[in-house]
Design a protein. Structure first.
Length: 312
């Protein structure tokens, strides 16, 4: 028996609507969607009520190099794939700045990633995530849960620009899902990352730890943020085959037990060698587009985050 076309479409739509398991979010994307509009409204309201930490104070507090925290003990029970995703998602925060732009005189909300490391509000992220944007006239630090609930940042507890690590404190009415830090990491270990690459919400990717490497130089982005001649520690990079992109910075890399192996810091792209310039008949020149050969995903190991916490 053939179904009427309209009924068939209705049934297919219903199946698609309920294709995901209970509790799994469906992210809205596309033209006309404004995923940050609700967040911006919350942030501006809190800023108006003086509930947010100003970037002026945040910069002063970022001089702190250590803080007192009681960290959870690493777990040893392997999680199922769904449990890993759920734990990564529940611990993930969107961290960044609400700021007034000096170029366009408009408000912007610039968010990356972070992850809870204590239930009472300590959150780890990258130092460059909480650094002021270059075009900021005035700004405030903010954080949001995966459920789009604003958690005011109240303090920068510790920071190390050289190792691209920072720990902030957020105010939350509910206990956070805290991830333990693991120092037992080796090439070949599987790792997973929940982040928002390129503004694509809730992307969960899998890879392996490929190597550890220590650079003998500082990137231009890092050097530009420091006074000339400043010497800072250089981190040991944990490189993985896990996917991420701009917007993922500060998001946790978790192991099979749900412990933090590190967090997203940088991406290094290896391009093809430049091709010869080609001339057209009208003598205009065209430079051949370079292809991407490989992308290195560089994370900061959990050991660097733990170094910001004083030993008991």
């Amino acid at each position: 028996m053939k179904l009427p076309c309209a009924l068939f479409v209705l049934l297919v739509s219903a199946c698609i609507t309920h294709a995901q398991a209970p509790g799994v979010p469906v992210y809205v994307e596309g033209r006309g969607s404004r995923p940050n509009a609700v967040l911006m409204e919350q942030a501006k309201k809190s800023q108006g009520e003086s509930a947010l930490l100003s970037m002026t104070k945040a910069i002063e507090q970022a001089r702190r190099t250590q803080c007192d925290l009681v960290l959870p003990v690493p777990d040893t029970k392997a999680l199922t794939p769904r449990e890993r995703w759920q734990r990564a998602r529940m611990s993930h925060l969107r961290v960044g700045q609400l700021y007034l732009c000096s170029k366009c005189d408009k408000w912007h909300l610039d968010l990356a990633g972070g992850y809870a490391i204590t239930a009472d509000g300590a959150v780890a992220t990258c130092a460059h995530v909480i650094a002021p944007p270059p075009d900021m006239k005035e700004g405030w630090l903010v954080a949001f849960t995966e459920e789009d609930v604003l958690l005011p940042v109240t303090e920068v507890l510790a920071c190390n620009v050289g190792t691209d690590c920072a720990i902030i404190r957020v105010k939350s009415e509910q206990p956070l899902t805290a991830l333990p830090l693991s120092l037992d990491v080796s090439p070949g270990d599987s790792v997973w990352c929940f982040s928002d690459p390129g503004g694509k919400r809730g992307y969960f990717s899998e890879g392996i730890v490929s190597r550890f490497v220590k650079r003998s130089f500082m990137s231009k982005r890092e050097a530009d943020k420091l006074p000339k001649g400043t010497e800072v520690a250089k981190p040991v990079w944990l490189e993985t085959t896990t996917d991420w992109a701009p917007g993922s910075s500060g998001s946790a890399l978790i192991d099979q037990f749900g412990n933090v192996a590190g967090h997203v810091s940088e991406i290094q792209t290896i391009l093809e060698e430049p091709l010869p310039v080609r001339k057209k008949k009208n003598d205009s020149t065209v430079i051949e587009q370079l292809g991407t050969q490989m992308v290195f995903h560089q994370a900061i190991g959990a050991v660097e985050v733990k170094a910001l916490v004083k030993k008991p």
